[in-house]
Design a protein around this ligand. Sequence first.
Ligand code: FDA
Length: 295
Amino acid sequence: MLRQALLAVSRSERAERVVSSSPLTRGVVKRYVADDIGAVVTELSDRGLLVTVDHLGEDVTDRAQAEGAVQAYLALLDRLPSGADVSVKLTALGLRLNEQLALDNAASICEAVADRGITLTLDAEEHDTVDALLSIHSTLRKEHPDVGVVIQAYLRDAAERCRKLESARVRLCKGAYSAPEALAFTSPKEIDRSFAKCMKILMNGTGYPMIATHDPRLVEIASALAVLAGRDATGFEYQMLYGVRPEEQERLASLGAQVRVYVPYGSDWYPYLMRRLAERPANLAFFARSLLTRT
Ligand code: FDA
């Protein structure tokens, strides 16, 4: 219930105005969103962690905003080391306006990353964008075989999608949006079961699995499945969010695993932050205080 309420608030412009202008939210924002992206990338790299950087923004409503997002990514590339990844939301590139526009914009970023040793991963968003996401990914892969895509294990057809993508770079996550029950599992047990099933398919495939979770049990299952599938530490990676379980990120890296941290930056942090709060109601105390000071 609480999760659904927070996800609904994440789409409210009024709530966004209230939350964004409160100084008390700054502490929470700082925990999850990089204020100086160059410094954060350097710090994580020094700690032996890989990065994927997300220029915050989504659901743009005009072409100029979509073009602005492309330019922001192009400017970002100069600040990233080889081996870095960028995470891109197609709705930030204009998907809600026109699928071809989002494809063209994503292709421009793919071309720019190609000769810098940087990869690109397409984030998964609301369920009504998933078909377009997979279609754009399939088109981009013809020229850029390394382009990655996210599969959300909460979707009932996730395992089937993983089978089709077993040779690709795939990030597997639980899924952070709300989706109708007809399309998505809702109980944590079912979502975990789907996640494990998808991991098994990806680990036994020929592609590159990116296991994006903070869940200790799923992390353990991932390492067992990798061994069973004959993958060494370079054959897959763990991914976690900036600000979430940093000690675990370092612990896994110290054991020789590849660990990539998803680092969001930029001023358009509101929906991202609300999704993090929906996952972790423990942070709600900060949020509630920030609202109370405004009303
Ligand atoms: P969940 O939130 O269920 O937590 C499971 C367990 O993990 C907890 O019980 C606890 O033990 C531990 N844990 C979690 N958070 C913790 C914390 N703050 N401190 C201590 N322990 C904690 N979603 C999406 O829809 N599209 C996308 O493209 C992406 N991309 C993405 C990239 C990366 C790198 C990550 C890590 C995640 C995403 N997500 C995403 C978000 C994802 O779908 C999901 O919402 C969150 O990762 C939370 O799910 P968990 O798997 O971490 O488990």
